[in-house]
Unconditional design. Structure first.
Length: 174
């Protein structure tokens, strides 16, 4: 059973977080192990498993990136780590930023650091704006596979930018 089915929700890239939380709390009450202490060992074990699924499903679906990755997994479009290729045109765009990071690593400059942070924030915002229509309009029944491939590309680019931000934050602490 997938997490969307578990919560009786359609597969979606967007989520009504209040509704998700309500469903999570309802399942939390329904499967809380304390309510099964007088039940058989099998019933206790099942409640524990369902409670664990509930926690994992909520954690996965409440986070936008995790949710997108999960939908891609459900559709067979997200494999193991290291099996994905970041689009080459994006990597070419990142060359200037990576060169700037190398300069910062060897010769830290607060102004260049602030500019790099700003550039990364703008890139992230631009990526999200580009993918937002797909996130808003995705319908499992009618959306083309190309939409999910765009979502996959977005996640790979975003992950790349997050690694750059992590590297950048280390320079500031030196």
């Amino acid at each position: 059973m997938d997490y969307f089915t578990y919560y009786d929700l359609p597969v979606s890239l967007r989520m009504d977080e209040a509704d998700l939380r309500r469903r999570f709390l309802q399942k939390s009450k329904q499967y809380h192990p304390d309510f099964y202490t007088l039940q058989s060992e099998e019933a206790q074990q099942e409640a524990l498993e369902l409670s664990s699924i509930n926690n994992l499903a909520f954690k996965t679906l409440k986070d936008p990136d995790s949710r997108m990755r999960y939908v891609l997994e459900l559709k067979g479009l997200w494999g193991e780590e290291g099996t994905h290729e970041i689009p080459q045109e994006f990597l070419l765009e990142m060359m200037d930023i990576n060169e700037g990071l190398m300069e910062l690593e060897f010769d830290f400059d607060p102004a260049l650091y602030a500019k790099a942070q700003n550039d990364l924030a703008l890139l992230e915002e631009n990526l999200l704006q580009q993918i937002q229509p797909i996130l808003d309009q995705y319908d499992e029944q009618i959306s083309p596979i190309a939409d999910l491939l765009e979502v996959k590309s977005y996640l790979l680019k975003r992950k790349y930018l997050l690694r750059i931000k992590e590297n950048l934050s280390r320079f500031a602490t030196r």
